[in-house]
Structures are given as structure tokens and as C-alpha cells.
Design a protein around this ligand. Sequence first.
Ligand code: UT7
Length: 321
Amino acid sequence: MSMRIIGTGSALPAKQVSNEELEKLVDTSDEWIRERTGIGCRHISTEETAASLAAEACKKALERAGRQASEVELLLVATCSPEMALPCTACQVQELIGAEHAVAFDLNAACAGFLFALNTAYAYISAGIYHNALIAGTEVLSKIIDWSDRGTCILFGDGAGAVMAEQCESGGILGFVQHSDGTRGGVLACGSRNLENPYFTSQDFMPYVRMDGRAVFAFAVRQVPASIEEVLEKTGIEAGEVDLFVLHQANCRIIEGIAKRLKADPSKFPINLDRVGNMSSAAIPVLLDELNGQGRIIPGMTLVLSGFGAGLTYGACVLKW
Ligand code: UT7
């Protein structure tokens, strides 16, 4: 028993912020940002929340799949920037879309979050526990970014993407690999709430994202191709048979580096980060929805999805569309 994606959806905040606008906030330039990252613009929430964006993306995915919210059995939301600590974003989405019969919970694996949630749904569905799943990645990273830190504020954007998936006899997801390395968590980190109670108050609270960009870059260009090679070997598929590599959108140079290491055709690596920046767990499902909407993914195609991020977490998946 396997799982296939039958609908995709996405949602972006209305406000767009160009590199030129960031020049007014920090000592940076459009030229530097484009050259070093490939990013030209990103969407930033003014009133949209992680839950409202995810709900919009989920509704579109359901509509494209021709399914009703009331049919959803499992609702997973990947996010590292939820609006609320309680309830979880998935339960908020459940209420917003009316998926009253779904079991709903969140999963945080940062930028690999959507991929990890997809694999979690796949495990439930291939075990026969649930027959379908709505899986979203949603982020409002703009609230955990230090807007005076030019090393991070130019990179990230807000948005959400979702897929509706269901059980199938064959095809669909062919294989998965996932990895985590908690020993290197310090290279990309952000505090949650300060430890503050009648007995203790922590002094070294870190409320915003702190990142060693070079370390993350080096990790990504080494581990992402390795995990893609691992999943291709596991599924017996040659890199040349893959039609599209839908990768986490963090930096064009990282994607180029990965294509080079895999000796794969760079035109098979679609990019949208020039328009949306790095949206962490929302990056892969938003790109998937764009490609699907443009008719660039057709039945029978072989896709590789791969993500990496804070944790450190990374992984890859091969699927037949
Ligand atoms: O989803 C995972 C999340 N994170 C990532 O994927 C990040 C991966 N890393 C990267 O994408 C890159 O490392 C960055 C884009 C973050 C940085 O690019 P880089 O080529 O590694 O630059 P760098 O950090 O080595 O900095 C080079 C110079 C430094 O100045 P000096 O020391 O050479 O004088 C920085 O201070 O560029 C400076 N710099 C900037 N200059 C203009 C750093 N940020 C900026 C900026 N504008 N925004």
C-alpha cells in the first residue's frame, strides 16, 4: 500500500517586500542579495497567521483534489513559527476548514518539516491506519527574524503550501530517507519563550533566529545530494530518470551546487525563491503547487523532493506523480 498526492494548494501574504525596501532597513543591496542568494522579493505577513495561510492552502488543495474537508482523516501541519503555543496550528486549521473528522497535530522539523510530515502521513497510510491525509507546511518567519540582522532578514519569507494525499495500490511515494543531527543544532537556532517563573528567570534568552550561514551552506551542499543519492539507490532509480528535483528553496547557489554534485541537468531544478525567499517548511509545497498549476507536473513523472534545515534535519523522497 502506498500514498499519492491528488491535490496541491498554496497561499502567500498580500504584502511583497523587495530587496530595495530592505536597503532602507539594513546595510545591504539588491545586488548583494541577488548575487549571494538569488532572492529578489518575499511575501511578509501583515495580518495573515500561520493558521490562516495554511487553511487557505488546504482549501485549495482539497478543491484541486475534488475532496471535502469533512472526508479528511489525518491533518498534519509542519511549522516552526506557529501563531499559538496551544492549540496546535493543525487544530486551528481543522476548525477553519471544517475538517471535523480529522486527527490533527503539528510537527516541527524546520525547513525539512513538510518532508517529515509527508513521510509521517505515508507511514500512517501505508500501515492502513488512515486512508487519506491533508499535509501543510506554513510559516510566518517574519516574527522570529531579527530585522536588524542583515545576515538573516534578507533570506526569509512567509507563506503556506499544502497537499491532499490518499492511499493507492501502487506508484505514489516510492521511498523516503530522513536524517537528524542534533549535535549541530547551534548553527541555526531560535529561542521560544524565556524561562521565567517565581523561582527562576533565565538571562540568556535568544528570541530571534541566529545562523552560521556558511556552516548551513556547507552542510546543505554535502548532505542533500548524499540523501538524494541514498533514496535513489534505495528505490533503484537512476538520477537521469528523475523528471524534476523539487528542493527546499534556501539559496540558488545551494541548488546549483546540489545539481552539480548529482551531475544532473540544472533545468530539472525549478526555482521560485527569487519571488518568495526561503519559507522554511512552506517552501517545497508552495513550489509543488506552482509547478502543478503551471502544468509542469504530469501523471507518470518521477519527482524527487528534498529538504534540509535547522535541527539539523534533512531528507529526500522519490515519488511517481
Ligand atoms: O533553510 C536553511 C536556512 N539557511 C540557509 O540555507 C543559509 C545558507 N547560507 C547561505 O545562504 C549563505 O551563507 C548566506 C546567504 C547567508 C551568506 O552568504 P555568504 O556568501 O556565505 O556570505 P558570508 O556570510 O560569508 O558573508 C560575506 C560578507 C561578510 O562581510 P565581510 O566579513 O566579508 O566584510 C558579511 O558581513 O557579506 C556580508 N554580508 C552582507 N553584505 C550585504 C552578510 N549579509 C549581508 C547582506 N548584505 N545582507
